[in-house]
Ligand binder design. Sequence first.
Ligand SMILES: Nc1nc2c(c(=O)[nH]1)N[C@H]1C(S)=C(S)[C@@H](COP(=O)(O)OP(=O)(O)OC[C@H]3O[C@@H](n4cnc5c(=O)[nH]c(N)nc54)[C@H](O)[C@@H]3O)O[C@H]1N2
Ligand SMILES: Nc1nc2c(c(=O)[nH]1)N[C@H]1C(S)=C(S)[C@@H](COP(=O)(O)OP(=O)(O)OC[C@H]3O[C@@H](n4cnc5c(=O)[nH]c(N)nc54)[C@H](O)[C@@H]3O)O[C@H]1N2
Ligand SMILES: [Mo]
Length: 794
Amino acid sequence: MTNHWLDLKNAKVFLIQGSNAAENHPMSMKWVMRAKEQGAKVIHVDPRFTRTSKVADIFAQIRAGSDIAFLNAIINYILENDLYDEQFIKDHTNGLLIANEDLAFDNGLFSGYNQGSYSYDTSSWGYELDEERKPQKADSLNDSRCVFSKIKGFFKRYDFKTASDICGVPEETIKLIADTLVENRPGTIMYALGMTQHTVGAQNIRSFGVLQLLLGNVGKPGSGVNALRGEPNVQGATDMACLFHILPGYLATPNHDVVDLDTWTSRTGTFRRTFMVNLLKAWFGENATPENDFGFNWIMKKNAAANYSIFRIFETAIEDQMKMLYIMGQNPMVTSPNLKLVHEALSKMEMLVCADLFMTETAAFWEKPGVDPSTIDTEVIFLPAQSFLEKEGSLSNSGRLVQWRYSTLNQVGEAKSDLEMIDLIFRKVRELLQGSRAEKDQPILNAKWNYSNNHFAEQVLKELNGYDITTGQPVAGIGALRADGTTSSGNWLYAGVFANNENLSKRSDNENDPGGLGIYPGFRWCWPGNIHVLYNRASCDKDGKPYDESKKIVWWDSILGRWTGYDGPDVPNATHGPDTPNGQRAFRMSGEGLGRLIAGPYQDPQADTVLPRDSSGVLVDGPMPEFYEPVESPTTNILHPEVPINPCLKYPRLPSLQEIGTVEDYPYVLCTSSLAEHWCAGTVTRNVPWLNELVKETFIEIPKSLAAKHNIENGDEVLVWSARGEVQAKAMVTHRIKTLMINGKEVETVWMPYNWGYKGLSQAASTNMVTIDAGDPNTWIQETKACLINLRKV
Ligand SMILES: Nc1nc2c(c(=O)[nH]1)N[C@H]1C(S)=C(S)[C@@H](COP(=O)(O)OP(=O)(O)OC[C@H]3O[C@@H](n4cnc5c(=O)[nH]c(N)nc54)[C@H](O)[C@@H]3O)O[C@H]1N2
Ligand SMILES: Nc1nc2c(c(=O)[nH]1)N[C@H]1C(S)=C(S)[C@@H](COP(=O)(O)OP(=O)(O)OC[C@H]3O[C@@H](n4cnc5c(=O)[nH]c(N)nc54)[C@H](O)[C@@H]3O)O[C@H]1N2
Ligand SMILES: [Mo]
C-alpha cells in the first residue's frame, strides 16, 4: 500500500477493482464504511457481484482480463476534457519533461521490440537529455514533445465505445465512474489479485498509477494505490526477498556479468551501495571486509536471461535439472496453476522436503487418486512445523506496519519453528562442508551465523535493523547506515525498528494521533522510518505548503528549517528545503525524483550519496499500459489483431504440457478465486469442521443464461474441462454473473473457488487442474483469473 489501512477513512471515493475486500480483507471495510458514513462513494469493478459489490454505490461488471481498456478510457476522458490536476502534474510528475524522440507505439508494439527474444530494448523510452545529461523540460504541457502530450496521443484510442466493446461495461457506466472519481478527491484505489493474476498484471497497476498521478491522488491522506496483500506476512516475505530477482530491501540480485561491487553500484546507484554493504556485513560479519569487496562475490548471481520463478522450478524438474525441493508452508499441488505439470515435476524430483502443519496434497502427491505410488521414485520427507500460535515473531501488514506477535501455545508434539529447522539444517550443512575449498561452499562457510534459541525471532529482527559495529548498539535508522563496513543491517527498510535497543514493533500507543488522520505514530512501527503515507511530500506544492490545509500531513517548516508534520516526511533529507533539488524529490527512489506518466529508464548523472542512479520502475513490457487479451481469450484484440496478447510473453515453454485452448473448443471464460470461508489451499481451513459446514465442497458458479443452455440446475454435477485438464464440481446457478456483450458477441463467464484437494476433512477436485500457467513477464504471476473452459452436465 502507498497509504495504510486506517488512512482509508480519509478517502472521498474508493475505486475497488480486482479485489473482494469485504470477503478477503474484511478489516479494510471497517474504514471504508467509516468513510462512507461521511459521504464517500464506493465503486466496485468486478466480473462477479460479491459482498463487496453489495456495499458499493456503483457496481460495474467487467470481463476478466480487460481492465486496462476500462481504466485507459477513464484516463483518456480526463485528458481530453482537462479534468486533471494541472498543478500537481507540473510539480510532481514527469509530464513536462521532453520524451525521447524515438519513443513510438505502432500497432500493438512500442519502439525497441525484438521479435526473436520477445523483449524490448528500453533505451527509447527515456528523455531527451541536455549536455549535463539531465532531462530537457518544456515550458508548458502543450509542448508536443513533452511526456504529457505523448500520453494524450497514446490514450486517445481508448474512447468509451472502444473500451466498452472490449470490457463489456456500458459506456455510460464508465463515464459515471470517471465523473465520480474526478468530482471526489482525494480518492483511493484498492486492488488485489483480480488485477494482478493476469499476463498484463503489472501494466494493470501502471494504469492505476497514471490515473492517480493525473488526479493528484498521491501522497495525500485518503489517496494512493493500495495493494491489499494476501497471505499473512506476504508483505514481510517480499520485503525479505522470498523472490528470485531481489535481495532483502528490494536490492537487485546481481546478474552473472556483475563481477564486483563497483559494477553493481554503477548499475543501481551509490545510494543503494550503502544498503548492499550493510546487507553483506549482516550476512558475512567479520569475514566481509573492504579488501574482499565485503564478500560481494559470495552472494548468488543470476543469469540475466533466465527466469527462476516457481514455474521454472517445476519445468526444470521435468527437464531433469532440478533434483530437490524444500517447501515451507506452501501447497502447490492445490494452489499452482496447471496441476498436471506440477505433479509430473514432483514425480521427477529425487527428493522433496515439506515443512507444514498438516500432511498436504503436495507432501502426499504420490497418493493422488488414480496414481500408482510404485511408479514414483521421489523420496519425500515431512517436517512437522509449528503454527503461528506456538511461536513469536513479527508480521508486516499491507500498510508496512511491523507488528510483534507473541506465542500463546506451548510446543505441540515434535513440531519445530521454521527458524529452528533452518538453523539446525544450516549448522549441519556447515559441519559437513568444513575444510572445503570449493568456491560454491564459501558463502556457507563464511556466513555470520550465531543465533541462540532464546527469542530467536527477536535476534533476527535486531539483525535486520542492524548495528553500529563500532559500539555494538542497534542503529537508529536508515540515516545511520554507513558504506564503509562499520555498520550492518540485514534489511535497510527495517533500520529503525530497533532504535534505542527497543523493539518498536511492540509499541501499543493507540491514543495519540496528531492530526486525526489515523497515523498513530507510537503504535507498532512502519517502514521506512515510520513513514505511513509514501510520497507524502507530494501533498505539498513546490514551496512545501500543503495543497489542502484542512487535510495536511507533512510540510516544510521554514523556522525550524526542516520538513515536519503528523507523519514521517518522505523526503531524501528532512533538512533539505524546497529550494534544494532534494526538497523537490517527492518520488525519491526514481532517478528524476518525479512520478512517471511514461516509465522509461533514467539515470541521474550527478548521482551522489543521496541520488539514486538506476532504471528501476521500468516494466519490461512497455512504458505505458497497453491492453492485450488474456492468453486464452474469447475474442479478438480489436485494437491490434496481429498483436493480440502481451508480446513479451514466452508461452508455452513446454508445449506438450502447456496447451492453449481456443474459443471454438472452449467457449467460456473461467475466473477463479478464494472464499471468505476457506483459506487458499484449504489445508488449514478444510481441517476445521465448522468451516466445512459452511462450505463443504467445491462448486462452479454458472450464470442463469448459460445454465439454461446446458440444462443445468442448482446442485447438478458438472464436468469442466480446459486444454490442460478437467474437474468435476456441483453447480451453483447464479444471478451474480451476467452475460456480457463483447465486440458485438455474447460472452459467458463462470467462476470457481480453488481451495480443494484430496487431503483433509473435506476433499474435492482442485480447480487448478484446468487453469493456465502463463505468467506476467515482469512478475511471473500466473493468469489464474482468466482462462477458457467448456462444460457439461454429468
Ligand atoms: N477468507 C479469506 N481471506 C483471504 C484469503 C482466503 O483464501 N480466504 N486469501 C488471502 C490471499 S493469499 C490473497 S492474495 C487475498 C486475495 O484477495 P482478493 O484479490 O480480494 O481475492 P480474489 O477473490 O482472488 O480476487 C478478487 C476479486 O477479483 C475479481 N476478478 C477476477 N478477475 C478480474 C479481472 O480481470 N478484473 C477485475 N476487475 N476483477 C477481477 C474476482 O471476481 C474477485 O472478486 O486474500 C487474502 N484473504
Ligand atoms: N486458481 C487459483 N489459484 C491460486 C489463486 C487464485 O486466485 N486462483 N491464488 C494464489 C494466491 S494469491 C496464493 S497466495 C496461493 C497460496 O498458495 P499456498 O501458499 O500454497 O496456500 P496456503 O493454503 O496458504 O498454504 C500455506 C501452507 O502453509 C502451512 N502453514 C501455515 N503456517 C505455517 C508455518 O508457520 N510454517 C509452515 N512450515 N507451514 C505453515 C499451511 O498448513 C498450508 O499448507 O495460491 C494461489 N493460487
Ligand atoms: Mo495471495
